[in-house]
Design a protein around this ligand. Structure first.
Ligand code: TYM
Length: 361
């Protein structure tokens, strides 16, 4: 336990402290974001990211964002984007993000995200950005006519999100590892170009067991908002849909319940979800199903998922029923986020030579 934060809003020693006094023990800061690109998050988002966000709140100074600027890269209809921003924030709250402990805000409400992106653009190589595998995959699918500069720049905006809060840890799923590497590279580049202390170098926090939840129909692929609906469990799906999706999940050849991710990736995915939702080890689950068939496991897992998600759906509906309260939480979060972002952006911009020189600290 790291205890109560003694950090100033920018997570550095408070003003007035003697320059050579030992810095007070600082609570580490965590930052993460999810795009509002669907009305419901899916089980991959929850197990890969959101569950960790909630767990970190007691020990870290947490800043969590609905990253609507990132969502613009898929050209949403304005009304759908607005609705999904609220729906995504409501799901963060329903999952247990506590606005009294953590800062919860919408990315576009804090202008420094776009501002810092420009500074980082001027430090990022064209080839470096072009090597991002998510960009390469998406641009292959869309073709050169469909690819925007925004999609190309997506990882730089993500680096700006993280560096603006001097975040030490970034809880994400496996698919974000390469983007995190770019954020680290840019932080190191800022420090080597403008001096140590310009940027905090962040670490990815990726929990191995849930780093990649797989598509239920195509176990080689990750569960994704853009996948086939039958391969996804949305957190707001009604019980009958959840039961149907799990019962029709692809479970490879064979009938016995065993842990063999190489040869039986579909079954391993179901076992991983089972373990993550119940807190049991995979070994214990496999032992409990000895002599039983896949069908038993699927039936039980469907029940486990339905029961885990029922209160989540109810809480989300309650938050969405009171949009004024939701907006108030988000606007207070944006004010708190901007306090930090303005200080960190000011420090970085000054080192680039923008605006007047700041007096020495
Ligand atoms: P997004 O919205 O695509 O995904 C949100 C989070 O869910 C994780 N995730 C998964 N984890 C395990 N299994 C899966 N099948 C699965 N699918 C998605 C993602 O890894 C992510 O943690 N680029 C980010 C959004 C972002 C961000 C940031 C994250 C923008 N700025 C700054 C961290 C810090 C993304 O992928 O969002």
């Amino acid at each position: 336990m790291l205890g109560v934060s003694t950090a100033s809003p920018d997570n550095r020693p408070a003003a007035g402290q003697a320059p050579n006094a030992p810095a007070p023990a600082l609570v580490k800061r965590a930052f993460s974001g999810i795009q509002p690109t669907a009305d419901s998050l899916h089980l991959g988002n929850y197990l890969g990211a959101l569950k960790q966000w909630v767990a970190l709140q007691d020990d870290y100074d947490c800043v969590y964002s609905v990253v609507d600027l990132h969502a613009l890269t898929v050209s949403p209809e304005p009304e759908a984007l607005r609705r999904r921003v609220r729906a995504t924030a409501a799901q963060f709250l329903a999952a247990g993000v506590d606005p009294d402990k953590s800062i919860l805000f919408v990315q576009s409400q804090v202008p420094q995200h776009a501002q810092l992106t420009w500074l980082l653009n001027c430090l990022t190589g064209f080839g470096e950005a072009g090597r991002m595998t998510q960009f390469k995959d998406k641009s292959t699918k869309l073709g050169s006519q469909g690819v925007t500069v925004g999609l190309f720049d997506y990882p730089v905006l993500m680096a700006a999100d993280i560096l603006l809060y001097d975040a030490q840890v970034v809880p994400v799923g496996e698919d974000q590892r390469q983007h995190l590497e770019l954020s680290r590279t840019l932080a190191e580049r800022l420090n080597s170009r403008f001096g140590e202390g310009t940027a905090q170098v962040p670490e990815a926090l990726i929990v191995k067991a849930t780093a990649k939840i797989h598509d239920l129909q195509e176990p080689a692929a990750k569960m994704s908002k853009t996948g086939h609906p039958a391969g996804i469990i949305e957190l707001l799906d009604p019980p009958e849909v959840i039961v149907k999706r799990i019962k029709s999940a692809v479970t490879d050849s064979g009938t016995e319940v065993r842990w063999n991710p190489e040869e039986q990736p579909g079954l391993a995915n179901l076992l991983g979800i089972y373990a993550a939702l119940t807190g049991q080890s995979v070994e214990a689950i496999v032992a409990a199903y000895e002599g039983k068939m896949y069908g038993h496991l699927k039936q039980d897992l469907a029940q486990i998922v339905v029961e885990a998600l029922a209160p989540f759906r109810e809480r989300t509906a309650l938050y969405l029923a009171d949009p004024a309260q939701l907006d108030a939480i988000l606007s207070s979060g944006a004010q708190r986020a901007e306090q930090i972002a303005a200080t960190v952006y000011g420090r970085m911009a000054e080192r680039f030579g923008l605006g007047p020189e700041l007096p020495p600290a």
